[in-house]
Design a protein around this ligand. Sequence first.
Ligand code: ADP
Ligand code: MG
Length: 216
Amino acid sequence: MIDLKDIIHHYDSNTAVSLPDLKVESGDELLVIGLSGSGKSTLLHILAGVLKPTKGILSVNGTDLYKLSESKRDAFRGKQIGVIFQQMHLIDSLTVTDNLKLAQFMAGVKVNAGKIKDLCMELDITDKMHSYPDELSQGQKQRVSIARAVVNEPSLLLADEPTSSLDDKRSEDVIALLKRMAERTGSTLIISTHDSRVKGHFTNVLNLDGKQEEAV
Ligand code: ADP
Ligand code: MG
């Protein structure tokens, strides 16, 4: 379960996120909505364990993430949290396969080429497994970043605005894909969006609009 308590984040004097209480049960889905600047990316970075909030507690399956040392938190993230950020951060000097192998290696799990192949098949990128990221279309890059996020079967899968640059059909496909990936491994799925097309796919919705003003 994800449990956020009294989370506040300031970058400078402005409050970017203020959330008194948020719980998401294991295996559940949550859609985080809000206008640009409402704090969606900030919240997802906090949930991913890469941005320590100014105040508050984040517990993921009973582990208080920001009480861990940075190296323990990195290890925890590698095994338990899969992230698809807006900037995909694929390693340009490595092929698709090697980017995925690196994700396994970094998490300290056994490099498993068979699993990578199966995943690429499911994501329809088998013909690109030996290509480099800059040889891929945006959609293909995004599927590689989804593959990388799910390759270690994380208990928490996060995606920041995964559909913002996609047309309606591809947007539907990506949401369905993320849901399928999360369901298969029983992962909690948290997606952020300002894209109203996505709303109909989720029953559990958190709207961040106006939250910063409330905190001031
Ligand atoms: P969203 O993803 O909903 O567009 P963000 O979380 O990116 O919102 O931003 C929330 C607020 O925090 C905005 O006012 C933004 O300008 C500010 N902000 C985001 N990142 C930084 C940063 N690295 N330094 C200073 N302010 C930031
Ligand atoms: Mg954002």
